[in-house]
Design a protein around this ligand. Structure first.
Ligand SMILES: [Zn+2]
Length: 856
């Protein structure tokens, strides 16, 4: 598209999986000394290297970016390396040697939040994927593993790094990490922090000191996170036989952070939104997310840290597996069906559009320009789905044996997807070469189903097809595990859940000796990340909604009814489907069903999802019409339920002291959905009362959201702001709600006003995402015919790119679905993408994203 305009001379260089070559040296040990100062931190490194005997070209190249080299020496003799913007090259001895270097860096001026930077006066680091090269010269690649000793000299009270503490004194601390690790797991924190301490004893009797470190004032928001950490440590011992391996485990909360959290060895660094929790300031959804993220980062200690990735193309090796493990944990801690349904909703909302658009890439990509752009839903969530399919194909017992072998065989290594699949092949004798296509082929397969019944034999014919994706015009058939069950006319199961293994492009499965034509329940538990295409009637969907014993497919039946009804409303202007409204009312009143499940049934299909369905159906989606249909549906449902809403609202209200447990949270989720319907009818009376009396954020927030959506929340919004303006995380909610609850006509204007609010700042990624993420998520507001949403986002992305390329590039995904829309909207979006592309001095991250989206 455009020539390289970035500040880096490497802009637009492409890296390929096939080009992998090992580093020519072993790194025997790393000693680092940090003399911290906001604008002039000195980093002194002493690194022992040994050339590898078999290295073809032992060229000594060390990565380094934005470093001021003060001095360098080899075995005590000063050297003058060739320094470029990407690193340095130096002539080295052909036997073991000591490399020493001193560099100066500027943490306070580091707004990209990669490497060593400052957040609210504290020093912290983020090194994954390639941040360590902004700290000192080093072979910054995941397959170079070494032990680290770190000395910190600073005025701050608390000085932390990886591993175990060696010594602590006034203004100094020394840490040693005995476990070899790649540089991306390095971490350092220095600040005037306070801790929430605890202890844990592992199953073999090792006593571990646990701490959550926070800014003074946040101490009372750590107890839930600590409890989640201890649960995670116990669960990993029981479920995977994995014990913690250091004497101390530290978590630090940081306000300015690009990601959710980072699994640095023994020193996890968290976005404060992903660890701080209290009933007054956090919603039930926040509590659940915090529990899951603490588990995720802790589980990385084995799947990521002890066994890491050979190169960044293998990112899914650690992320897919760890997401899969944290989902298992949440299923065990909470409700497994609710977790599965929520994960599929999320997969369809974030991963399917990625797989169907210009950013589509394999779970293991084969090329990239900027690895930061590949921390995607495909690598994480689809990567986890692939592991779920593997487990389903080999069975639970074989999965456990394969994992045991994985840990035994690869502990301390940097591995590949081939290594991962080999442990399954060796333990089960299966050939997984066809299954491996899930890692190499991009795109979501579509699975077509036809059925026939003749003389007691029921036949299902499946056909799989995957549309071309960028760089992959042809696709081969994949192995698809299809979990199915069969029901008779009474709703009794005549075939319990059975996994069919599809390997051909078209394949027939027969079921014999059936007394009558059964009703199939296909893709139970969402057994594969595919789009199921099946001609079926609303009557059959309603039958499965009433009778399916698989909770996922029961929900799916309701979800497909909702989609069908919404599509016909948008396309023909018809009224909501009465049969679906009836079924929904029955479910809502059925007290035998889990409230969390009923809340999910009441969650409407996302407007973006409806737009995609229309597009695939050959209809150009009109965002305003989609929004109108959603409003009409909600109002019709509210009116039909008018008589029972007050009773339902009262029956689902949770009284007494707040507890974030799954049962209470499910009840409050259902209560919130009912309140939003009730608010459409009662002028906001119930919501206003709830807002005034709420003693927890979940109820206060759902009352405020209901009121604002009904345009009756002005007073409460002001009160909320005044109550919480000193709390950064609650203020993020306030900012996001202003946009999310706005009418489509006003969303962009409100977002624009918020960017001029005194509490808005480009320097805090959470605040930026609160406003711009809410705008991008407001389907009808962002895609408003005026183009105001597109233009506002582009303007802010251009401004943010100068400070923080990583967060900018990630937010560009808001434009990835642009080819769905009408030619006017496409022109408007294209103009904004070109405006970003030609804005000058664009980062490598953003340049790559914009080109990929534009060139679709
Ligand atoms: Zn992770």
């Amino acid at each position: 598209m455009t020539a390289a305009t970035g500040p880096d001379s490497t802009a637009q260089q492409t890296f390929y999986l096939k080009d992998y070559t090992p580093f020519g040296f072993e790194v025997d040990s790393v000693d680092l000394t940090f003399r911290l100062a906001p604008n002039a931190t000195r980093v002194i490194s002493r690194i022992h290297f040994t050339p590898k005997a078999d290295a073809a070209d032992p060229q000594f190249f060390l990565h380094g970016e934005k470093l001021k080299l003060i001095s360098a020496s080899i075995d005590g003799v000063a050297v003058t390396p060739d320094v470029t913007p990407e690193g340095l090259v130096c002539t080295t001895p052909d036997t073991a040697f000591l490399w020493e270097a001193e560099v100066e860096i500027d943490p306070a001026g580091n707004t990209a939040l990669e490497g060593l930077y400052m957040s609210n006066g504290m020093y912290c680091t983020q090194c994954e994927a390639e941040g360590f090269r902004k700290i000192t010269y080093y072979p910054d690649r995941p397959d170079v593993m070494s032990t680290f000793t770190v000395r910190i000299e600073a005025d701050e009270e608390v000085l932390l790094s990886n591993g175990n503490p060696v010594s602590q004194g006034a203004g100094t601390a020394e840490w040693h990490d005995p476990w070899p690790k790649p540089a991306y797991l390095f971490a350092l924190v220095a600040g005037d922090l306070v801790n929430h301490p605890d202890t844990f004893t592992t199953k073999s009797g090792r006593a571990v000191e646990l701490n959550i470190w926070v800014r003074p004032g946040d101490e009372d928001k750590c107890a839930f996170g600590m409890d989640a950490l201890k649960k995670s440590m116990t669960w990993d011992e029981q479920a995977y036989g994995r014990e913690y391996d250091l004497d101390i485990f530290n978590i630090v909360a940081v306000d300015d952070f690009n990601m959710g959290a980072m699994e640095n060895k023994g020193l996890n660094i968290f976005n404060s939104s992903c660890v701080l929790a209290s009933p007054e300031t956090s919603t039930d959804a926040n509590f659940e997310r915090i529990e899951a993220i603490i588990a995720h980062e802790y589980f990385h200690n084995w799947t990521g840290n002890r066994i890491t990735c050979r190169d960044w193309f293998q990112l899914c090796l650690k992320e897919g597996l760890t997401v899969f493990r944290d989902a298992q944990f949440t299923s065990d801690m909470r409700s497994a069906p609710v977790k599965r349904i929520s994960d599929v909703i999320d997969l369809r909302a974030r991963q399917f559009p990625e797989d169907q658009g210009p950013l589509s890439h394999p779970v293991r990509p084969e090329e990239f320009q900027e690895i930061n752009n590949f921390y995607t839903a495909t690598i994480y969530e689809k990567g986890a789905e692939v592991i779920g399919m593997l487990k389903r194909l080999v069975g639970d017992e074989a999965y456990s044996r394969a994992l045991d072998l994985y840990f035994e065989r690869h502990d301390g290594q940097a591995c590949t997807i081939e290594d991962w699949l080999k442990v399954f092949e060796d333990t089960t004798g299966r050939d997984l070469s066809q299954f491996k296509r899930w890692y190499s082929q991009a795109g979501t397969p579509r699975l077509k189903v036809d059925e026939a019944y003749d003389d007691g034999t029921y036949t299902l014919t499946f056909e799989q097809d995957t549309a071309p994706t960028p760089g992959q015009p042809q696709k081969d058939p994949r192995v698809i595990p299809i979990a199915i069950g069969l029901l008779n006319d009474n709703g009794d199961e005549v075939l319990p859940t059975t996994v069919l293994e599809m390997t051909e492009a078209k394949q027939v499965f027969e079921f014999k000796d059936l007394a009558s034509k059964p009703v199939p329940s296909i893709l139970r538990e969402f057994s594969a990340p595919v789009v199921l295409e099946r001609e079926t009637s609303n009557a059959e969907r309603a039958f499965l909604l009433a009778h399916d014993s698989d909770p996922f497919n029961q929900w799916e039946a309701g979800n497909s009814l909702a989609r069908a009804s919404r599509l016909s409303m948008v396309k023909t202007g018809s009224a909501p489907d009465p049969a679906y409204l009836d079924a929904l009312q029955k479910l809502l009143r059925d007290d035998t069903l889990d409230p969390a499940f009923r809340a999910l049934m009441l969650q409407p299909p996302s407007q973006s999802d409806i737009a995609q369905a229309l597009f695939e159906d050959g209809t150009v989606p009109d965002p305003q019409k989609i929004d109108d249909a959603a409003e009409t549906f909600a109002m019709t449902l509210a009116q039909q339920l008018a008589d029972s809403l007050p009773r339902l609202y009262a029956a689902t209200t949770v009284d007494g002291p707040y507890s974030p447990d799954a049962t209470s949270a499910g009840k409050r989720a259902l209560n919130g959905r009912i309140l939003s319907l009730l608010t459409r009818l009662d002028g906001g009376d119930a919501a206003a009362r709830q807002f005034a009396s709420a003693d927890n954020m979940t109820q206060q927030y759902s009352a405020l959201a209901s009121l604002m959506k009904a345009e009756k929340g002005e007073t409460q919004s002001i009160a909320f702001f005044e109550q919480w303006q000193a709390d950064r995380l609650v203020m993020d909610k306030w900012f996001a709600l202003q946009v999310a609850c706005a009418s489509p006509d006003r969303a962009a204007g409100i977002a624009a006003d918020l960017t001029r609010h005194p509490l808005f700042t480009l320097k805090n990624p959470n605040r930026f995402r609160a406003v711009m993420g809410a705008l991008a998520g407001h389907h009808a507001g962002f895609h408003h015919a005026s183009g105001a949403g597109y233009s506002l986002l582009a303007e802010n992305l251009i401004a943010l790119d100068k400070l923080n390329p990583q967060t900018t590039a990630r937010m560009c995904t808001a434009f990835q679905t642009w080819k769905r829309y009408d030619s006017d909207r496409q022109s408007l979006i294209k103009a904004q993408l070109q405006r970003i592309a030609t804005s000058g001095g664009l980062s490598r991250d953003t340049n790559e994203m914009v080109s990929r989206i534009l060139n679709a």
